[in-house]
Design a protein around this ligand. Structure first.
Ligand code: ADP
Length: 148
C-alpha cells in the first residue's frame, strides 16, 4: 500500500489543491490531505471548517482513498512517519514555489529520509492561491469558480 501526505494550510482548499490530490490518486493508494493548524493565524474552529470543506469534496471524489487530517505542534515529517507515509506530495506553480519546495524536500530527505513528489499546477490554475481567493472573498467577490 503506497500513501503520501499532502500538507498545507488549504485556507481555503482550491481547485488547484483538488487537482493535485486527484492526479496523485493515480500514483498512490491513499492520499492524506494534512491541514496544518497555525495557532497564530487560525482558531481551531477555522481549521475544523477547512477539514470539513475538504471532506465534503473528498466524498464526491473518493472518500476511501482520500483521508483528511489536521495537525499542529508537529513537524510535517513526524506526521508522515506517524501515518506510515514515506512520501510527501506538493504542488508547484512557479519558479518561486520550485525553489521553496526544493529546499523543503532537501531538508525532509535529510532529517527523515522522506522523498517529495512534486506535481506541476495545471496551466490554467497556476495563478490560483488561497491568499488571492481569500482577498477576493473579503471584497465580496464570488469565489465559487476557485473552489472544487
Ligand atoms: P502552504 O502554506 O504549505 O504552501 P498551501 O495551502 O498554500 O500551503 O499549499 C499547499 C500545497 O499546494 C503547496 O505545495 C502549494 O504549492 C500547492 N498549491 C497551491 N495552490 C496550487 C495550485 N493552484 N495548483 C497546484 N498546486 C497548488
Amino acid at each position: 500500500m503506497s500513501s503520501a501526505v499532502f500538507p498545507g494550510s488549504f485556507n481555503p482548499f482550491t481547485v488547484g489543491h483538488a487537482s493535485i490530490v486527484e492526479r496523485a490518486l493515480g500514483m498512490f493508494d491513499t492520499v492524506y490531505v494534512a491541514v496544518g493548524h497555525n495557532a497564530q493565524k487560525n482558531s481551531p474552529a477555522d481549521t475544523e471548517k477547512i477539514v470539513r470543506q475538504i471532506e465534503t469534496w473528498a466524498e464526491t471524489v473518493d472518500s476511501e482513498r482520500i483521508k483528511v487530517v489536521s495537525y499542529s505542534g508537529e513537524l510535517t515529517a513526524d506526521l508522515a512517519r506517524r501515518l506510515g507515509c514515506s512520501c510527501l506530495l506538493r504542488g508547484v506553480r512557479s519558479v518561486k514555489d520550485f525553489e521553496y519546495e526544493r529546499d523543503m524536500a532537501d531538508i525532509n530527505r535529510r532529517v527523515a529520509g522522506l522523498e517529495t513528489v512534486l506535481l506541476f499546477a495545471l496551466p490554467d490554475q497556476a495563478a490560483i492561491s488561497s491568499s488571492v481567493v481569500r482577498e477576493l472573498a473579503s471584497y465580496g467577490y464570488d469565489i465559487k469558480p476557485f473552489l472544487p
